[in-house]
Design a protein around this ligand. Structure first.
Ligand code: NDP
Ligand code: ZN
Length: 354
């Protein structure tokens, strides 16, 4: 069996290059070689916070576009040589949870997230994709692979936050966190017709990008309580929707405080540490305030991914604004991941093109 190189988590807090067997292709599956990949804040939670527990010699990464090198004999719609978008979440589509509409939890909570969680990820010369017909999406020729790799995770996650918060036209929306995920939530809220979009963050490039994506106001969490700042800007009434894409377990306290009765909070932030999320009793209407809190892992699936790609094709979504650090060559993967860990002030998102 031939060997390949991959960049892996060796244990909690430890990373390095390793050699592994090239994965085998099952009858419904595909083997893909990456064209472009990007490290994610979730990789940082996994390695340095031990958020999913220990993993030994597990290849990292779950954001990629690539070229298919092999398909199983039952794969109908893809063939070797096809260029594809690889979603971070690759569910088992026959699972009961998938039939219920929650494919991201197929066969267990969060278990649709397989890359760099239950199996090797995409920071390798080759990687395996289960159920290729349902999980891969066609990469349109007009899209540049570096921009398109944002479709793996940043676009679907940010957009899902907006879906979870139920943003409707005219809504006032607060997006907490304007890293790449929050920026895509700002873009999605604007596409859904939000009126005011209050974006919370401080990194200058993120602030500039948030304005380009449609933020009407920028709020810094360093300038004091964000709920108070929002209440001040809304004559004490608050917002209709909050999308949480940054902060920590204590952020829900502020989100509940800034929300109107009947409002919804959509969380896509990965709470990598802490035991409990606190909800303020009085501002939650003593349990009767009709303030809903939903949190979710991004959905994958070919249909959804191709719809999101068509937003880019049609010129309604430009992800290139987020690509502050571009690398060429597989060997730069480690550097790109370290940027994600250290989050220099000028970073939005690094991408590595092969
Ligand atoms: P970033 O770290 O790039 O962005 C985080 C944002 O939160 C920044 O704008 C930061 O501000 C802001 N922030 C930090 N502290 C606070 C605070 N106390 N209050 C309010 N805002 C704060 O993260 P990403 O955009 O890459 O990812 C966001 C989250 O989404 C991560 O937890 C990631 O793991 C998760 N995720 C979830 C997925 C899902 O399917 N649900 C998929 C992919 C990612 P500043 O500008 O100062 O840095
Ligand atoms: Zn990710």
């Amino acid at each position: 069996m031939s060997k390949m190189k991959g960049f892996a988590m060796l244990g909690i807090g430890k990373t390095g290059w390793i050699e592994k067997d090239v994965p085998e292709c099952g009858p419904l599956d595909a083997i893909v070689k990456p064209l472009a990949v990007s490290p994610c804040t979730s990789d940082v939670h996994t390695v340095w916070e031990g958020a999913i527990g220990d993993r030994k010699d597990m290849i990292l990464g779950h954001e990629a576009v690539g070229e298919i090198v092999e398909v199983g004999n039952l794969v109908k719609t893809f063939k070797a040589g096809d260029r594809v978008i690889v979603p971070a979440i690759t569910p088992d589509w026959g699972a009961l949870e998938s039939q219920a509409g929650y494919s991201m939890h197929s066969n267990g909570m969060l278990a649709g997230w397989k890359f760099s969680n239950f199996k090797d990820g995409v920071f390798a010369e080759y990687f395996h994709v289960n159920e290729a017909d349902a999980n891969l999406a066609v990469l349109p020729d007009s899209l540049d692979p570096a921009s398109a790799v944002m479709l793996s995770d940043m676009v679907p996650t940010g957009f899902h936050g907006v879906e979870l918060a139920g943003v409707e036209f005219g809504d006032k929306v607060c997006v907490v966190g304007i890293g790449p995920v929050g920026l895509m939530a700002v873009a999605a809220a604007a596409l859904r017709g939000a009126s005011y979009i209050y974006a919370v963050g401080t990194r200058p490039n993120c602030v500039e990008a948030a304005k380009k994506y449609g933020a009407t106001d920028i709020i810094s969490y360093r300038d004091g309580d964000i709920a108070e700042q929002i209440l001040e800007k809304t004559s004490g009434r608050g917002v209709d929707r909050v999308v949480v894409a940054g902060g920590d377990c204590s952020t829900f306290e502020q989100a509940v405080k800034m929300l109107k009765p009947g409002g919804m909070i959509g969380n896509v932030n990965y709470l990598g540490s802490g035991e409990f999320v606190t909800i303020p009793r009085v501002e939650w209407g003593c349990g009767m305030g009709h303030k809903a809190i939903a949190g979710g892992l991004m959905p994958g699936g070919r249909l959804r991914m191709e719809k999101l790609a068509s937003l880019m094709e049609a010129g309604r979504l430009d992800t290139s604004i987020m690509l502050t650090h571009r690398f060429k060559g597989f060997d730069h993967l480690e550097e790109a991941l370290m940027l994600m860990k250290d989050k220099p002030r000028d970073l939005i998102k690094p991408v590595v093109v092969m």
